[in-house]
Design a protein around this ligand. Structure first.
Ligand SMILES: NC(=O)c1ccc[n+]([C@@H]2O[C@H](COP(=O)([O-])OP(=O)(O)OC[C@H]3O[C@@H](n4cnc5c(N)ncnc54)[C@H](O)[C@@H]3O)[C@@H](O)[C@H]2O)c1
Length: 314
């Protein structure tokens, strides 16, 4: 009997959520004010990180910028200062847990309580599994996935005390369906991390702490330079403009949306793939010939752009 009541309640809840999601698609969401909040952005010296910094600054947030590339990070800080906001830069290697915790302690002591955290830094090895040096594979997982845990462990406790905060995870459409093994594994991990963190916060009734997962398709920043987009897709969805990507992400963050795929078209393969997997699971058979073909790129082997020297954080 209790199971039936539970099931009924769950169905009512589910129907409510679907109706509210449909309504929100047509209504203009109310955007929150982040004036005076302290926002930490990782990978702030990079293409999307810099644009995020500028957009958060325009909204009146004070900034803490993290990157392992000190010069690029300082350049972002200079641009942001011109907008008249307070900004602090830190050179951090996100592949090193101790470095993250030590820098987080410095931020707390020198600047204060971070209430918005944008986990944006990311790397990709861009080689096939057997051609990729172990160190590169490991680095992708450390920066794109493990760092999310350490960042959150460092800054969530204070957010919990105040039941106030926002944690943004910049993953990728490649965290929803696979293409490049190191990158996808790390971004699948990021998606799973975001989902479980969100559930944990809801279960603890911490409704003042929001989470947003950002899943862009390929963005024209150079990260995927040389990557061949499937011919059929190239004309329908060309690479995204960085500014458009960040502006769409900002709207989702300020609307406290839990997830955004950019462009919206990306929701379709995501939903279809999940449906397809469900059907296969139900039929209890998944012969490899039935597995969906790589949805975005033809050849990860032809993908030469993003491989950067390991640098000081190797
Ligand atoms: N460019 C795309 O096509 C695309 C698509 C989907 C998602 N994304 C994601 O968006 C985010 C930003 O991508 P981008 O295109 O701006 O890349 P980018 O290479 O321009 O910027 C990444 C930044 O992260 C920093 N970084 C790398 N390793 C670090 C480390 N160990 N410690 C500290 N900082 C480190 C780099 O110095 C760089 O400034 C990434 O997480 C990426 O995976 C990018």
């Amino acid at each position: 009997m209790i199971v039936l009541v539970d099931l009924l309640l769950m169905l009512i809840d589910l129907t409510g959520s679907i109706l509210s999601a449909i309504l929100q698609t047509f209504l203009r969401p109310r955007l929150k004010c982040i004036d005076g909040e302290l926002c930490l952005i990782t990978g702030a010296g990079g293409a999307l990180g810099r644009l995020f910094a500028l957009e958060f600054a325009k909204e009146g947030a004070h900034l803490v910028l993290w990157d392992c590339n000190a010069a690029a990070n300082e350049q972002t800080a200079r641009l942001v200062r011109e907008l008249g906001v307070r900004v602090h830069t830190y050179t951090v290697d996100l592949s090193k847990r101790r470095n993250i915790y030590e820098t987080a302690n410095r931020v707390r002591a020198e600047v204060g309580h971070v209430s918005i955290m944008v986990n944006n830094a990311g790397v990709v090895a861009g080689r096939r599994l057997l051609d990729c040096p172990d160190e590169l594979l490991e680095r992708t997982l450390l920066v794109n996935c493990h760092a999310l845990f350490w960042m959150t462990k460092a800054f969530l406790p204070r957010m919990k005390e105040q039941n106030h905060g926002h944690i943004v995870t910049v993953a990728s459409a490649l965290g929803l369906f696979s293409t490049a093994c190191d990158y996808c594994a790390s971004k699948f991990g990021a998606v799973g991390f975001h989902e479980s963190l969100t559930h944990e916060l809801i279960a603890e009734d911490l409704n003042g702490i929001k989470t947003t997962l950002v899943c862009p398709y390929i963005v024209d920043t150079g990260m995927f330079a040389g990557c061949e987009i499937r011919k059929e897709l190239r004309s329908i969805i060309p690479p995204l403009e960085p500014l458009y990507t960040v502006q769409q992400s900002m709207k989702a963050i300020l609307a406290e949306q839990q997830m955004i795929c950019i462009p919206r078209l990306m929701y379709i393969p995501f939903l279809l793939l999940n449906l397809f997997k469900c059907i296969l699971k139900v039929r209890n058979s998944c012969p490899s010939s039935h597995f969906p073909k790589l949805p975005i790129v033809d050849q990860i082997g032809a993908f030469a752009g993003p491989i950067k020297p390991l640098g000081p954080y190797a």
